[in-house]
Design a protein around this ligand. Structure first.
Ligand SMILES: [Zn+2]
Length: 282
């Protein structure tokens, strides 16, 4: 009997040990399960990232292809008065804020390459010899380098400036969240009661010029001249737009309201959205 009891006790002990081991194994299994599920999550995150990169790469490749296709179509139109000034144009289907156009004009180098900007300024300055006083040049569309060169040329040509120190101001307006052109308090004294030359890269419908003129007049500026690298408009509010290139240099140039654009009616894709600063492809 006592032998049986002893055997039973031994079995009990063994059972307890086995249960303890089973518990340990269960804990290990549960830890492993957690790890597996964590790893699965990581794998799925990585897959998601990979997919996104693949889409980005594809988009980038498409963009690059279309960019080079656009550049392939680019050609140069030389200025009739100065052979050092060339307007780069790309035919296509482009959208500006207010119209659709069939030519994009790339004025980047004319605006930012110092020698080209200087030639542009020299041509522009010819329109202002001795005629009117100019105190401030208001630069739109990233035309600040041309503006600085133009100020230098006007000084050389003996243009009258009513400013103290006999120096011109070259300023850039700001645009608020609604696209309204504004001059901050520190710039306002350079506009109020000053003779203003408005300088911009290109004008298609003339709407941008009209809005800029209204703004300059609102701040008390006196418009003495408008100069653009390209303008389709000959005059705005009775003020002539002096330009180096006009629609005569680009006989096929056309501008349409978006609702009447024949390219849109033909279901042609828009190549890029353009504004005074350049273009962004779609
Ligand atoms: Zn269109």
């Amino acid at each position: 009997m006592s032998e049986n009891m002893q055997q039973l006790q031994e079995l009990d002990t063994q059972l307890a040990q086995s249960e303890e081991e089973l518990n340990k194994i269960n804990i290990e299994v549960s830890t492993l399960t957690t790890q597996i599920s964590e790893n699965e999550q990581k794998l799925s995150n990585a897959q998601e990232k990979y997919d996104k990169i693949e889409v980005d790469t594809n988009n980038l490749q498409t963009w690059e292809r279309r960019f080079f296709m656009l550049l392939d179509r680019e050609y140069k139109v030389p200025s009739k008065t100065n052979s050092k000034i060339n307007l780069k144009v790309v035919p296509g289907h482009f959208a500006t804020t207010s119209s659709h156009i069939n030519f994009y004009m790339d004025m980047t180098t004319l605006k930012v390459r110092q020698k080209e900007a200087y030639e542009v300024a020299r041509e522009m300055a010819k329109e202002y010899q001795y005629s009117k006083p100019i105190d401030t040049i208001v630069c739109m569309d990233g035309c600040e380098i041309i503006g600085a060169c133009l100020a230098e040329e006007l000084n050389k040509n003996g243009i009258m400036s009513l400013n103290q120190h006999d120096s011109l101001y070259v300023i850039t307006p700001e645009f608020d969240g609604n696209g309204q052109m504004i001059f901050r308090d520190n710039l306002q004294p350079m506009v109020r009661g000053k003779n203003i030359l408005l300088l911009l890269a290109s004008a298609t419908t003339g709407r941008t010029i009209a809005r800029s003129l209204e703004c300059i007049q609102y701040y008390g500026g006196i418009i003495q001249g408008i100069s653009a690298i390209f303008s389709a408009a000959k005059e705005i509010y009775g003020e002539p737009v002096h330009c180096i290139f006009s629609t005569e240099d680009l006989p096929d140039y056309n501008t349409f309201t978006p609702s009447e654009c024949p390219h849109c009616k033909n279901k042609e894709k828009i190549d890029a959205i353009v504004n005074g600063f350049g273009y962004s492809e779609l």
